[in-house]
Design a protein around this ligand. Structure first.
Ligand code: DHB
Length: 395
């Protein structure tokens, strides 16, 4: 059995990028269909990063996508870098007059899904995109399979691949599902969620001889923490006591408040940018277009920045028949993407201990960390990138 639906914009992927794009398009009177192979529960319950740039919060709240991002998020005006037994505060507010907000990505997704369904969005879960056809024509289409195995064809004026790092749309844009500029890292993060009070007021990014650790937060009673591990680590291989030992030895000077660990995962590190972001009437955004290692939490923020640029381009194309903003989309988006790629790589390499690091590498790394924390310009560079370059710069 096959079914065909027709819409203006077909969006593959109900993650932050796809949902926010459909929300902004609806505001402009442009209808879209969003599909995702996952169930709503899976999307709403997958644990991801928790840091939103001020610009991201602005877009989510001003568009009506999320009110809770303003009322429920906690504002962080700095972070601590810790190394060689000392902590150094990076004071975002004093250095660049901005802050970041701690609000978990799955909460953003809950808000977006609720807003989209309340707005009458055609949002289909359990529908798997198989391929995108007709990128070079005025009627591109997504060929998908629904949960019962029936074929669904979505004919549109434009197709957006917001379908994550294993994007199906990528093949139609860059000619290959894997083609891109990429870098792998010889380490990963072991992430935990635990029931405990916060161990410090602000996030701690700690470089120690035993490897990196990040002490993050979720709420007054739930904390998120990570420590550097081998990419092949089995999350079940550690006892709770071993996990606390690993974390604690990487943050000397702070006694971690411990509590039951109720979630654990291993996050692999990768930097990736697709060779092409646009072909004819198919574009890639979010993780389909690029992946960053998690240090610095740029992933979702970068997805939102892509959406801001693409949405304006689609409005010009579909409402005014002006294709120039769309032609400029890849270059505009890539400008920020490569800055964020650099920042994520830099934070990662400055703070982690590579398995093959020599004594020279180790001492050079401490020199680099000192160059940053002892210089107002160094701290300001970190603060500017961490809190996010203004979105206005994209317009
Ligand atoms: C979190 C994740 C990050 O990658 C980061 O840099 C800061 C916080 C988090 O999940 O809380």
């Amino acid at each position: 059995m096959t079914a065909t639906v027709t819409t203006r914009v077909a969006i593959i992927g109900a993650g932050p990028a796809g949902l926010l794009l459909s929300h902004l398009l609806a505001d402009a009177g442009i209808e879209s269909v969003v599909i995702d192979q996952r169930t709503r529960e899976e999307i709403e319950n997958t644990i991801r990063a928790g840091i939103l740039e001020e610009g991201t919060v602005g877009v989510l709240s001003s568009s009506g996508a999320s009110d809770r991002v303003v009322t429920a998020a906690s504002r962080h005006e700095g972070i601590e870098l810790r190394f060689a037994g000392e902590g150094y505060r990076i004071d975002f507010a004093a250095l660049v007059g901005r802050a970041v907000y701690l609000y978990p990505q799955h909460e953003v997704l809950k808000d977006l899904i609720r807003a989209r369904l309340a707005g009458g969005q055609d949002l289909r879960f359990g529908v798997t995109a198989q391929r995108v056809e007709g990128a070079g024509t005025d009627r591109p289409a997504v060929i998908a399979t629904d949960a019962e195995g029936r074929t669904l064809t979505i004919e549109a004026e434009f197709v957006v691949g917001a379908d994550g790092s294993r994007s199906v749309a990528r093949a139609a844009v860059s000619g290959s599902s894997t083609g891109g500029y990429f870098r792998e890292y010889p380490f990963a993060w072991f992430g935990i969620l635990c029931e405990a009070p916060p161990s410090s007021e602000e996030l701690i990014y700690s470089n120690s001889p035993d490897g990196f650790a990040l002490i993050s937060q979720r709420s007054a009673t739930v904390q998120r923490m990570y420590f550097q591990c081998d990419p092949d680590t089995d999350p079940a291989a550690y006892s709770e006591e071993q996990l606390w030992d690993e974390l604690q030895k990487r943050v000397p000077g702070t006694t971690l408040a411990q509590g039951p660990i109720f979630q654990r995962d291993v996050l692999r590190f990768r930097s990736f940018v697709a060779h092409e972001l646009l072909k004819g009437r198919v574009a890639l955004i979010g993780d389909a277009a690029h992946t960053v290692p998690p240090t610095g939490a740029k992933g979702m923020n970068l997805a939102v920045a892509d959406v801001v640029v693409l949405e304006k381009a689609l409005r010009a194309l579909l409402l005014e028949d002006d294709s120039r903003p769309l032609e400029a989309f890849p270059e505009k988006a890539l400008h920020r993407i490569w800055k964020a790629q650099h920042f994520s790589w830099w934070m990662t390499s400055m703070l982690h201990v590579a398995p093959d690091a020599s004594d020279f590498d180790r001492r050079r790394q401490l020199g680099e960390l000192r160059s940053v924390v002892e210089s107002e310009h160094g701290r300001a560079y970190l603060a500017e990138a961490y809190t996010g370059w203004p979105l206005e710069g994209l317009t």
